[in-house]
Write a protein that binds this ligand. Structure first.
Ligand code: MEV
Length: 442
């Protein structure tokens, strides 16, 4: 059956939207409707709050909210909230936290907090005139005419840091940018930056018209293409690291500390030169990063886009983490660009985000950057530790066991039986299914 195009879907109420979906895409059993409504929150206000985060909302989508405790970061203990559906990520983070707990824990520092944005425009006129007008007049005017927008941010110690004219004409004909950098303090700052940039664009257009230096043709050639922040924030950077004596790298697999250190560094070096491996290596890091970013109501798409551009900043996609062994000391670290906020967005709206931030002791944006970087480093440590010793499947499948059993609709008793059964065996999908059928046929 052909599905129909629907007009004015957004104008339907929630029940009407669901009815239409069930009619068009469901089956007569009404199972779709049952599931969609099952996920509504019983508390009407809470349900309404979630529906208003986005558009055309018909239900809620649950994700597990887990905790990785015992992270020692700069001498302070943290329990890190993580929102992620993939089994074994939270367990891996907790295992890394425990490993580093008696070795001095994680050390972090902020390298910078500046973010940037651009007014992208076309100008078909005299370059030198544009340059001197910009530096002698327009820059000050841009600062002055955004004074109202930046007032609150300035009172919190942030605001616009620099405004520059960038000549891009060698890469694209007649293309220039107004490039500005910002300190947005505890907010991620997207709205603040975009408001400043749109105001810059207005000032640029108005002021060029009023100026006598430029000919009519030059004035009319100016076209603002767009004004938008950049999600690439290489100067909003945090560093996290762990280090210990090689002899302290003891692993339950029985591998010697020396071999562990050597294989581990080798694994990082492979990800530094081989993009196929670097992608998976960094994906593992993002398991940790994204889950804290989501738990704290931050924009994981922005973080993802930025991190991967950063990983390819040399022209080749590389590992985000690095490792060195010097004078018997093993050091493992990450530099991560992270534009995060603890005010604005969902941070004061989503009740679970507020709980997550409370668990993290209501951090500043800088503190949160450090915690998130630690989660990424810890995740990578756990993944490499497994990969160079037992292999990833042993631990991963153990955590995945419950998913397989849930798919088989195992009872609580059967689940317990299989958790015991697989205590000393490697879990595989095939083995779980065959043992499950054996048990049921007994
Ligand atoms: C799985 O989600 C992540 C890993 O593949 C990361 C890695 O290979 O480093 C285990």
């Amino acid at each position: 059956m052909e599905n129909k195009i629907i007009e004015r879907f957004s104008k339907l109420n929630k029940a009407e939207k669901i009815n239409w979906l069930v009619r068009e895409y469901g089956d007569s059993s009404k199972e779709m409707e049952k599931i969609l409504t099952q996920y509504w929150n019983q508390e009407e206000d809470l349900q309404k709050l979630h529906e208003e985060f986005s558009e055309n909302t018909i239900s809620n989508f649950y994700m597990p909210f887990g905790i990785a405790p015992n992270f020692l970061i700069n001498g302070e203990i943290y329990a890190i909230p993580m929102v992620i559906e993939e089994s074994s990520v939270v367990a891996a983070a907790a295992k890394s936290a425990k490993f580093w707990l008696d070795k001095g824990g994680f050390k972090t520092s902020i390298v910078g907090v500046s973010k940037s944005g651009h007014v992208h425009f076309i100008f078909k006129g005299d370059k030198d005139k544009l340059n001197s007008w910009f530096s002698e007049y327009l820059r000050d005017e841009l600062f002055a005419k955004t004074g109202d927008i930046t007032k609150n941010m300035r009172s919190r110690g942030g605001g616009i840091l620099t405004i520059e004219l960038v000549d891009k004409t060698s890469e694209l004909e007649n293309y220039y940018q107004i490039q500005a950098t910002f300190d947005t303090r505890d907010s991620m700052g997207a709205n603040f930056i975009n408001s400043c940039l749109e105001q810059f664009a207005q000032v640029l257009k108005t002021e060029i018209q009023r100026n006598e230096l430029f000919s009519r043709e030059e004035k009319d050639s100016l076209q603002v293409i767009m004004s938008i922040l950049s999600n690439y924030t290489p100067e909003c950077l945090v560093c996290a690291e762990v280090s210990c004596k090689i002899e302290d790298l003891r692993d339950e697999s029985g591998i010697s500390p020396e071999e562990f250190a050597w294989k581990f560094r080798q694994a990082v070096q492979i990800a530094e030169i081989e993009p196929y491996r670097a992608t998976t290596h960094n994906k593992g890091i993002m398991n940790g990063v994204d889950s804290v970013v989501v738990a704290t109501g931050n924009d994981f798409r922005a973080v993802e886009a930025c991190v991967h551009t950063y990983a390819s900043r040399t022209g080749k996609y590389k590992s985000l983490t690095h490792c060195e062994i010097e004078n018997g000391i093993f050091r493992f670290w990450i530099n991560l660009p992270l534009a995060l906020g603890v005010v604005g967005g969902l941070t004061k709206l989503h009740p679970l985000v507020m709980v997550a931030l409370q668990i993290l002791k209501n951090p500043s944006a800088e503190k949160l950057m450090q915690i998130v970087a630690v989660a990424g480093l810890a995740q990578n440590f756990a993944a490499l530790r497994s990969l160079i010793t037992t292999g990833i499947q042993k631990g991963h499948m153990k955590m995945h066991l419950l998913n397989i059993l849930n798919q088989l609709e195992a009872t609580e008793e059967e689940k317990q039986y299989f958790i015991n059964f697989f205590k000393d065996k490697t879990v595989s999908h095939h083995l779980v299914i065959s043992e499950f059928h054996k048990l049921r046929n007994k």
